[in-house]
Design a protein around this ligand. Structure first.
Ligand SMILES: [Cu+2]
Length: 337
């Protein structure tokens, strides 16, 4: 049993161990394989009557397997890191805490000895501080995977584009069903997965307060951002499907995984009859059913539902209403099914 800690409570030594192991994986070419896994799973997984389009649903996004697939992905990366140093676990970045900061671009995650900070405008928004700066020579990104440099332009996606807040997260936590037909990314598809992935926008629910993508998706867009370079549209490393190129991907998805684990334990307590709190159990799109394999690996979705069984847990530092309060209620939106 090991614990995944918050970025906020990592010691200097823990940060160093995590970063150096990532740099070793990068050097060995192993890290670039993760990008390939994330990319390869982008083939559409649709039912015969659905659009044959990865933008509709694919093996790891826009459908029920989004959470289990990324749980397995993190476990694979973490196993590689632990082979280098068995004391390592992936830390999580609670962006709802950073959303409260007067300047969220100054959060602990962006320190010089962890992820480094924002990109620099005069340098085409390349990150130029911290261990992953292009100039260090330790983190070059293959051109065919949206390289050559790690780029970020915080908060630039839309005007006044902020990180998701605790209130935004409560909307996902208050969902009772994991996912519902048609198991896609429509703003009208009800359920925890679609909410947390970030597809339920103002169009789908008038209780959503901010324009654009929500929660998980919003954080990708907030970190990467966009700009024009000589009339050409550019996006930061966290935006395209090669987003694990930005190592903060791991910390972001680690928090997504914690949120799912928190939701699972709330459901287990409040709603035990609805176990396993996953849908569809069968007859859904391929790769998304409870007993389907999480490709390219061998474990099934059922195999990764219980983090205790897998052997890890999450450090609880903000023991606030989110995890303590077990009953969430809010008015139903007229747009909800
Ligand atoms: Cu993601």
């Amino acid at each position: 049993m090991y614990i995944r800690k918050s970025v906020q409570s990592l010691s200097k030594e823990e940060k160093k161990a995590f970063v150096s192991a990532l740099l070793i994986l990068k050097k060995e070419g192993r890290y670039d394989e993760y990008i390939h896994w994330h990319h390869a799973v982008m083939t559409p997984t649709v039912l015969p009557n659905e659009p044959k389009d990865a933008q509709y649903r694919n093996g790891a996004h826009r459908g029920p397997s989004f959470l289990p697939w990324h749980r397995e992905f993190l476990l694979q990366v973490e196993k590689d890191l632990q082979n280098i140093n068995s004391a390592i676990s992936i830390p999580y970045w609670d962006w709802t805490e950073d959303s409260k900061l007067p300047d969220p671009t100054k959060g602990a995650v962006w320190s010089e000895d962890l992820m480094g900070g924002n990109g620099v405008e005069s340098n085409g928004w390349r990150v130029d501080n911290g261990p992953f700066a292009y100039k260090t020579g330790n983190w070059s990104i293959p051109i065919e995977h949206d390289g050559p440099a790690l780029t970020r332009r915080f908060g630039s996606w839309l005007p006044n584009f902020n990180l998701p807040t605790k209130d935004d997260l409560y909307m996902a936590m208050s969902e009772v069903l994991y996912d519902t037909p048609p198991y896609n990314s429509s703003p009208f598809t009800t359920g925890f997965r679609n909410r947390l992935e970030g597809w339920v926008t103002m169009r789908g629910d008038n209780l959503v307060k901010t324009p654009g993508s929500q929660l998980h998706n919003r954080v990708h867009l907030w970190v990467g951002g966009r700009w024009t370079d000589n009339g050409e549209e550019k996006v930061g490393s966290m935006v395209p499907m090669t987003s694990p190129n930005d190592p903060v991907f791991l910390l972001h998805h680690c928090f997504i995984d914690k949120i799912w684990a928190d939701w699972q334990s709330i459901q287990a307590k409040n709603n035990p009859a609805a176990s396993p709190h996953y849908a569809p159990e069968k007859n859904g799109p391929s790769g998304h059913n409870l007993d389907d394999e999480l490709k390219p690996w061998n474990r099934t979705i059922r195999d990764v539902l219980d983090i205790k069984k897998i052997g890890y847990s999450y450090e609880e530092i903000n023991s606030d209403e989110m995890t303590m309060n077990t009953s969430f209620s809010r008015p139903r939106s007229p747009f909800e099914a």
